[in-house]
Design a protein around this ligand. Structure first.
Ligand SMILES: [Zn+2]
Length: 432
């Protein structure tokens, strides 16, 4: 897949620069080669992934903190740290973020974590009920800057809905691609916004391959694929999870954080976000540990972690946690690096443990998580039991989506009893 430049920082006809705030250039994560901001995603020197390089040199720590705290209750409070124009909050966007950080004392008690130490970052509260709104909101601003008219993506479901909604709000056409056998709820949630939704006969990796072909074809010209040619911008949205967690903890780093792994991008960007806050002086420089969570039926990264490998061998996914079912995760090796560097780990749980964890979180904290949330809570339980996670330290567990999206996973859950509309019947059922 060849890197193609569709736009760059300088529009040669108009001579104007693309304004994406503090974003200074794209930089290769492998070799450091820098290119101007544009809709490219792979290094022309080594094909490594490109990511945003920033110029934060002008910021004074205390002024920046005040500016953030005075900002809107969404991700744009962190606009000074994101690849977006300074006036981003005035543009039509679905404005995700600033979701609840729930102190989960009931869950802590069940898991054997010290009181006041366990938190759930509940991203089901975003506009389309998953964390994907964060990354899509970023991609929308890059698409605007580069003059795209159609937004597209390959998706395991949540992203399709997020792109549909964001495109509708921001006035883009959308055409998104999903595996044809997704949960009905996710299909409806993606289709309702009125864009084109195309089911591909195959799994997510097949969908991804198809999109790579389309992007190099005249049929895909003028299209912004949020997780392909806009990926460097899109991926930065996950940093906002790190920023919010720290600000909501009173500008403190969590000691431990449990993150689900699909492509692995979210975990790497959370680490990037924490590192930025440390460098900017917004939080104290102290160690933190990042743990990755997978479902056993799609566990290429945890398998590599446990085997001590640096290379992630692709797997064919077979799990109810479909939003995490990426068999060939692009950022897998980087996840391994981060888990090992920070003293974390990568663990996996069975589908049965995922369902148990969904129910556990629901009955202890009143949070109905989608299967990915069952994965992180289930893995947290396993990590506490194995001693890998320290129960005396501040721990944040991510829930990245709403349980209403994956009702099938808990389909066996139902009524306690069915009774006649009489008090006698109620007493007979043993409920009085
Ligand atoms: Zn490179």
């Amino acid at each position: 897949m060849a890197a193609q430049t569709v736009a760059s920082t300088t529009d040669s006809a108009a001579g104007t620069s693309v304004d994406l705030g503090p974003a200074a250039a794209l930089s290769c994560r492998e070799c450091g080669h820098r290119v101007p901001l544009g809709s490219v995603f792979a290094c022309e020197e080594c094909f490594g992934p490109l990511e945003i390089a920033y110029d934060f040199s002008a910021y004074d720590t205390e002024e920046l903190r005040k500016r953030i705290e005075a900002g809107p209750a969404n991700i744009w409070r962190y606009a000074p740290l994101l690849p977006v124009p300074a006036d981003v909050a005035t543009k039509p966007n679905i404005n995700p973020g600033w979701t609840k950080l729930v102190q989960a004392d009931n869950l802590a008690r069940e898991l054997g974590v010290d009181a006041g130490k366990l938190f759930v970052k509940d991203d089901s509260g975003n506009p389309t009920h998953s964390f994907k709104d964060r990354v899509v909101a970023q991609a929308i601003e890059a698409a605007r800057a580069f003059g795209f008219t159609t937004l597209s993506c390959s998706s395991t479901g949540n992203l399709a809905g997020a792109v549909g909604a964001a495109a509708a709000r921001a006035g883009f056409r959308s055409c998104v691609f999903i595996p044809h056998d997704l949960e009905q709820g996710k299909v409806v949630m993606a289709a309702v916004y009125g864009g084109d939704l195309v089911g591909i006969e195959g799994n997510y990796d097949d969908v991804n391959r198809f999109c790579s072909e389309l992007i190099g074809d005249p049929a895909g010209e003028g299209w912004g694929f949020v997780n392909v040619n806009l990926r460097p911008y899109y991926a930065e949205g996950s940093k906002t999870l790190a920023y919010e967690i720290c600000e909501q903890l009173g500008w403190r780093l969590p000691d431990q954080i449990v993150v689900p792994i699909a492509s692995g991008s979210q975990l790497t960007k959370i680490d990037k976000g924490l590192q930025e806050l440390i460098k900017l002086g917004l939080v104290e420089d102290k160690p933190y540990r990042i743990f990755g969570a997978q479902a056993e039926g799609c566990s290429p990264v945890s398998t590599a972690y446990k085997a001590g490998h640096d290379v992630v061998r692709p797997q064919k996914p077979n799990t109810i946690a479909k939003s995490l079912a990426i068999g060939n995760p692009a950022d897998g090796p980087y996840v391994l690096d981060i888990a090992r560097r920070t003293g974390g780990a990568v663990e996996d749980v069975t589908d049965e443990q995922v369902v148990d964890a969904i129910k556990l979180l629901a009955r202890t904290e009143g949070i109905f998580a989608e299967t990915a949330g069952g994965v992180t809570v289930g893995v947290t339980r396993k990590l506490v039991e194995s001693g890998a996670l320290d129960p005396s330290l501040t721990t944040v567990v991510l829930n990245t989506g709403d349980g209403l999206k994956t009702l099938d996973a808990v389909a066996g859950t139902g009524m306690t009893a069915t009774i006649r509309p009489s008090l006698d019947s109620f007493r007979e059922a043993g409920l009085a």
